[in-house]
Design a protein around this ligand. Structure first.
Ligand SMILES: [Zn+2]
Length: 190
C-alpha cells in the first residue's frame, strides 16, 4: 500500500504518485481504488507582483460516485514542495528572505533585497512566524545535521538559518528541500 505524502518531492515523484492513485488507500476511510484527481491548487505568483497563476499542488478526492462501493467523499491536498501552505509567498522567496535576514542581521535591511516580492509588513509577519516555529524546525534539522558554529551570530533565528543552509547545502532553495525531506510545512499550517 502506498502512503500519501504531504508534498511532492519533485516532478518524477509527483508523476509516479498520481499514476498510482487507484492503488492507493484513502487516508480517511482506507478504501482503495476510489482516489481521483480533483483539480489543482492554484495561487498567484508571488514574484514581483506578477499576475501569473502558479500551480501549488493537487487536490485529491475519495470519490463517492461508484454505485456499488463508495468512497467517503473527503478530499485532501498534496502540495508542491516549493509551496507554503496557508501563505502567499513561496518557498524560494522565503529562503531568500531568511538568508538576507541572516546576512544583514536585520529584518528591515534583509527585506529591502526582496521588496519587489512582498511588503515590509508581510516580511515582519514572516519573521514573527519563523520565531513561532523555530523550535520545531531546530528539532527536525538536528535529526540530519548538527548546528554549525556561528561565531558572532546571537539571534537564534539567524543561527537557525545557518543550520538550515548547512543541512541542505546543495539545494538551491533550502526551504523547498526541507519540505520535500521532512514532508511537513516549514512554517507550520494554521
Ligand atoms: Zn475515503
Amino acid at each position: 500500500m502506498l502512503k500519501l505524502p504531504r508534498f511532492f518531492k519533485n516532478d518524477v515523484h509527483k508523476k509516479q504518485l498520481l499514476a498510482k492513485l487507484k492503488l492507493t488507500n484513502c487516508p480517511f476511510c482506507n478504501c482503495s481504488g476510489k482516489l481521483i484527481k480533483n483539480g489543482k491548487l492554484k495561487g498567484n505568483d508571488a514574484n514581483a507582483y506578477s499576475d501569473q497563476v502558479v500551480n501549488r499542488g493537487q487536490r485529491i478526492l475519495c470519490s463517492k460516485r461508484a454505485k456499488s462501493y463508495q468512497g467517503c467523499g473527503k478530499s485532501f491536498s498534496i502540495w508542491e514542495a516549493d509551496a507554503l501552505p496557508g501563505l502567499s509567498v513561496d518557498a524560494l522567496i522565503l529562503s531568500k528572505l531568511l538568508i538576507a535576514w541572516a546576512e544583514h542581521r536585520s529584518v528591515h535591511q534583509g527585506w529591502q533585497e526582496l521588496s519587489k516580492c512582498l511588503s515590509l509588513n508581510s516580511a515582519y509577519r514572516l519573521w514573527r512566524r519563523f520565531g513561532q516555529v523555530q523550535s520545531t524546525l531546530r528539532e527536525r534539522l538536528a535529526r540530519i545535521s548538527l548546528p554549525p558554529d556561528c561565531p558572532g551570530i546571537t539571534e537564534p533565528r539567524h543561527q537557525l538559518t545557518e543550520h538550515l543552509k548547512n543541512s541542505f547545502n546543495l539545494a538551491d532553495c533550502p526551504v523547498t528541500a526541507f519540505q520535500a525531506h521532512f514532508q511537513t510545512a516549514f512554517m507550520g499550517e494554521t
